[in-house]
Write a protein that binds this ligand. Structure first.
Ligand SMILES: [Zn+2]
Length: 222
């Protein structure tokens, strides 16, 4: 498994993998524990998750490990997965995630942090990485979230409703609508139903750019 870890902004780390399946295998459990409408904060096994995922998709096989390009999770959810899930269900991928958690924790002095996951080379330039970084900022930087919420308040009802409707269709829970709307509008990846005036889009993009700048420092390569 080839991967690298770097600190991208305060309390935010980026774990990049060469392969998409390695990325998904490492992240799936904490991501679903964090955000799944069905499994959020629940104890579940890989078999249970696999079965549920197939049932709710239009395919006959388990495609999760190649369905998603990016992941994001607050450190608390990795810690809780380790504490609450059945250790017998853990595989090497889970133990790898816990090692990463311990490594970052040792540097952050037990402070909460945020972990972003992507795959492929040059990921830093892509919409996926920026989208996940936007979620990290929203979750970890109160000043950023406050300013982004102010921008959302200034959007027209029509734009917001269009965005929220699309998010619902994509399977997002209502609690994350604002967070997602901000992430989509700040990073320029959305379709026409989610559109917003150019003038407002620029404001979202500028706010994100202002907060995303920080020292990039490579920490580990394997
Ligand atoms: Zn998102």
């Amino acid at each position: 498994m080839q991967w690298s870890l770097e600190k991208v902004i305060a309390k935010t780390y980026h774990l990049n993998f060469k392969n998409q399946t390695d990325l998904s295998e490492v992240f799936w459990r904490s991501q679903e524990y964090y955000e799944s409408p069905t499994f959020k904060k629940k104890k579940f096994t890989l078999d249970e998750f696999r079965e549920h995922y197939i049932e709710n998709s239009d395919k006959d096989e388990f495609t999760y490990m190649t369905d998603w390009n990016g992941f994001n999770t607050p450190s608390k959810y990795i810690r809780d997965v380790r504490a609450h899930h059945n250790p017998e269900d853990f595989r090497d991928y889970d133990h790898f995630m816990f090692k990463i958690y311990d490594f970052i924790s040792s540097m952050e002095g037990d402070e909460e942090f945020y972990l972003i996951g992507t795959y492929g080379r040059g990921t830093e330039q892509t919409g996926t990485y920026n989208h996940e970084l936007c979620h990290a900022l929203w979750a970890s930087n109160q000043e950023y979230q406050k300013k982004a919420k102010k921008l959302l308040e200034k959007c027209s009802k029509k734009s917001l409703n269009g965005m929220f409707k699309s998010l619902k269709k994509m399977g997002y829970r209502e609690e994350v609508f604002e967070d997602e709307a901000n992430a989509y509008w700040s990073t320029g990846v959305y379709d026409y139903e989610m559109s917003l005036s150019n003038k407002q889009l620029i404001k979202f993009e500028q706010l994100f750019k202002k907060f995303r700048t920080g020292a990039r420092k490579e920490i580990f390569n394997a």
